[in-house]
Write a protein that binds this ligand. Sequence first.
Ligand SMILES: Nc1ncnc2c1ncn2[C@@H]1O[C@H](COP(=O)(O)OP(=O)(O)OP(=O)(O)O)[C@@H](O)[C@H]1O
Length: 649
Amino acid sequence: MEMVLRFQGVKKSDEDPDPWQTTIHPGTVRRVLTYFRPHIRTVALFVVVATMEALTVAASPLLLKELVDNGIVKNDRGVVISMACLTAGLAVLGAVLSLVSAYISGRIGQGVTYDLRVQALDHVRRLPLAFFTRTQTGVLVGRLHTELIMAQQQFTGLLMAATSAVMVVVVLAELFYLSWLVAVITLALIPIFIVPWVRVGRQIQRRTRRQMDQNTGLGGRLQERFNVQGAMLSKLFGRPDEEMAEFADRAQKIRKVGVNLSVWGRMAFVMMTLMASLATALVYGIGGGLVLTGAFQLGTLVAIATLLGRLFGPITQLSGMQEIAQTVVVSFSRVFELLDLKPLIQERPDAVALAKNVAPDIEFENVSFRYPTADEVSLASLEHLRSDRERGEVTPDVLREVSFHVRAGTLTALVGPSGAGKSTITHLVSRLYDPNSGAVRVGGHDLRDLTFDSLRDTVGVVSQDAYLFHDTIRENLLYARPTATEDELIEACKGAQIWGLIASLPSGLDTVSGDRGYRMSGGEKQRLAIARLLLKAPSVVVLDEATAHLDSESEAAVQRALKIALRSRTSLVIAHRLSTIREANQILVIDDGRVAEHGTHEELLAEGGLYAELYHTQFVKPGADGAEPAELGAGPGPDNAQVVREGER
Ligand SMILES: Nc1ncnc2c1ncn2[C@@H]1O[C@H](COP(=O)(O)OP(=O)(O)OP(=O)(O)O)[C@@H](O)[C@H]1O
């Protein structure tokens, strides 16, 4: 049976739907409890300390009774002093125990959420690229970070409420011991105080969750708009007034819920104080009368009044327990949702490693592929913009029955119209996706039979727009090989034709690069990526040549760097430069997800098919007799660096 947690009575008109109104699947609570198992000893210690704390709290009213009845009333100074000292001692002990229990409950709460956080981060790290292409980064970060912080706080609150449960039991037992009549009246009156309190608690919880959702939403939006690319896009295309209005609207909602929350928080405090005062008045009113009639001793009255003062805090805390528990379970279940996403790409238990330092061949055999649907790889709640219909929509095959063979140590160039499937082919070689049918083989092994480590070591990728972390150039390079020495780093940079630039920077390799550091040009970034590749020294290179216009100096430098990077390696290059295409051992012309033609430059030109057409319309400057070839997708540049043929390697 499914348990549906619904929080009724929320004004929804101008609010987003409440994501906390969530269906909890059977077994979720049990699954949350399994996270306690490793901390069971700490939980046991917590119960012991919480019980001791409750006993110290409960003992002091009895000492006060003794002080009044046998000290003050009987005029015995010794009893007064000793009971006062004992009460003070107990108060100190109670305070120490309270701190200890807060520490232990904090440890349990943090421990449980630590386990969940590490597990979730590890799992998300393994999810396929398709998951990240679909998911809104800000929302994912919110789910993994902000919401878990909230879960942890609530979790600690839940444990503190458990202390309250022990306290309520002990205090009620003592009340019955002192006067069963007062105890019964108290029990009867508790609901009158508790019902409004529960309502207030619920409002606070709901608003806290809404505040968190709104903060996460705004955080995600800021992250998207204020990174360098986002900021540039919004400066070039943005509609500043509308965007500002949207930000202001989100900020306004946060402000509104914040004001609301502070009022409800104050209301809780006022109610608590009011309840304690009313209870004290009631006890002294009724109990005072009983003392006058002789039914009660004065000490008993003082003890009961003190006890009641200590009952309300724990009871109010307990009354909010259900709401807190719901929040914890919902928070956890939102992380479980992520954990339950099965990575489409998995390593087989019997996976084998490829031989190291030997350039393998690459083979595509009848490979068909379509990009996975949103339902297959991601969660609706992390995508926001997609409709249910779109989520299940199956996209058409992007590759259809693709077969080709790249011999070991040779260069294959992929050319073809935009959207033909060239990048998709390279994605399959690095196993970012698995084919839907057919097989991709490297060194004779189906990629699905290889270990992730060995595939990662074997295949090196240089993309068009190489990504750099916001870190020093050194750290960005060491990412490829953490053990590289200074000399090896310099050697790689020299090979990639980027050392001249790095050496001229005041901080050299320690210059911070990336979005917020030293901004490298497209050509420089690609050469740094080539340096990273040289350090990694893979035996297969997958390269997407930059289409961006490079000045002739950069162009020549990139070509020289490539010449070194591709030497003795099996290479698959999405080629945009004529120099690369001409020098390739094999050219594959990709069109509409198929290999339309294959051969060398000369063979394909002679064939007079799609390649010849592409060559004449895009490779050769139109309109000029005997025109010089231009670079495909790049501006004209000297063809002074040649990628070596197999024989020259
Ligand atoms: N993540 C994705 N999800 C769904 N479809 C995708 C995805 N990535 C690419 N496609 C689609 O797959 C097809 C092939 O794309 P691909 O990037 O492989 O083409 P390409 O030949 O490399 O194009 P270009 O030269 O413009 O980079 C295109 O129709 C594209 O829209």
